[in-house]
Design a protein around this ligand. Structure first.
Ligand code: ZN
Length: 293
């Protein structure tokens, strides 16, 4: 990762003309240590190459704190080994999927709610938390981009965590170019998981309603019924065997994941099959912003 003491990192330098004040929509005067709005005069700090458009919230959930500590200390291995290998859900490569439609080197792609994971060196990473890989710290309800300037927005297990997903999706729609894409992976039959909150689940029909201003190009299930059985069994076993101790519950959860993860590969028989949308742990929607009269 490139590291500059002051000013924006190279990814933000490339797209700085697209950035606006999320409070009033005016353009920004970008300095070395802060961005100042030319409209409302609000200032936003720039530190370690990132712009902070919002304050970083506190964390108050045990499993969430543990997961966040793991994300920080393991870095990309949290995702490559933790999520893709050990977590009880069939692995899904969102970058490979994205590349079927766009090239992040020549298109402007934003990963909204990226966590501490960078999909590609040229993708703009945005999150409410200031993880190492994050370029823009902001609230997803008020995105610091001009209207119609982004080629694609990707999210992965993010929209269940925001209190007003329709407001977030509306701002995604505002900043996306006509003809631009949204690639959203959202849990459906998935246990509660605070990170820091967890509010919503969507069926494939529910996602169509959420993205009603977009053209839904494809919907698929990147995880299947075996993942569903594993997720439910591990959740139940760790609740029962921890006898109400939340820390023990988190440890048991990770232990069972480590023991049972190989079974998830049986899902190879069931992923990307329309019939299994009805009981999918998570559902992917590919949507496009089309011109509508
Ligand atoms: Zn402003």
């Amino acid at each position: 990762m490139e590291f500059k003491m002051a000013g924006l990192n190279n990814r933000l330098e490339r797209i700085k003309a697209l950035l606006i004040c999320p409070a009033c929509g005016f353009s920004l005067d970008l300095g070395e240590a802060q961005a100042r709005c030319l409209g409302c005069q609000k200032t936003y700090p720039i530190r370690n190459g990132k712009i902070f458009f919002s304050d970083v919230p506190q964390r108050d959930d045990d499993l969430d704190r543990l997961k966040n500590w793991l994300k920080k200390s393991l870095g990309k291995y949290y995702y490559t080994i933790g999520r893709d290998l050990l977590a009880p859900t069939f692995p899904f490569n969102q970058l490979t999927y994205l590349r079927r439609f766009l090239d992040p080197r020549s298109h402007i792609v934003v990963d909204a709610g990226c966590g501490n994971h960078r999909l590609h060196p040229d993708i703009i990473c945005m999150d409410i938390f200031d993880h190492d890989v994050v370029d823009i710290v902001c609230d997803l309800k008020a995105l610091p981009f001009q209207s119609g300037c982004i080629d694609a927005i990707v999210t992965r297990s993010v929209l269940e965590h925001v209190p007003e997903p329709a407001v977030v999706v509306a701002d995604f729609h505002r900043i996306t170019k006509v003809g631009g894409y949204g690639i959203h992976l959202i849990p459906f039959m998935y246990p509660f998981h605070a990170s820091p909150n967890d509010f919503n689940r969507y069926t494939h029909m529910g996602q169509r309603l959420l993205f009603r201003d977009w053209t839904v190009i494809a919907q698929t299930n990147p995880t299947g019924p075996v993942s569903l059985i594993l997720l439910s069994s591990i959740e139940m076993a760790s609740i029962v065997l921890s006898f109400g101790n939340t820390r023990a519950r988190s440890v048991l959860y990770l232990l069972f994941c480590g023991l049972l993860f190989p079974l998830k590969y049986l899902d190879v028989l069931f992923v990307n099959r329309k019939a299994f949308l009805s009981m999918a742990p998570s559902i992917l929607s590919l949507v496009r912003k089309d011109h509508r009269p």
